[in-house]
Design a protein. Structure first.
Length: 86
């Protein structure tokens, strides 16, 4: 996960991504890297990482555009950090 996370951050540069979106894509990419050497997959690592970063940016823009959804997730984050929601 650390290797993929570092590569994501390098590819994103100064683009800020919400933590939950970043972690969701990181989980998928890390799962890919886990099985990529064990089974033959129809796509290469660098291609999939580029695609994931592109989709991560798109998802982040869509989430930022939708204020109601953003408020919802901020509320959830507050409730979790306040130990009100588990």
């Amino acid at each position: 996960m650390d290797k993929v996370s570092d590569q994501f951050r390098e590819l994103l540069g100064t683009i800020a991504i919400e933590t939950r979106i970043f972690n969701n894509w990181l989980t998928n990419a890390s799962a890919y890297t886990t099985v990529a050497n064990m089974i033959k997959l129809p796509f290469k690592y660098n291609e999939i990482i580029q695609l994931f970063v592109s989709m991560m940016i798109t998802q982040n823009k869509e989430t930022a555009r939708n204020d109601d959804l953003g408020v919802f997730w901020k509320t959830v984050q507050y409730l979790i950090s306040s130990n009100i929601l588990f």
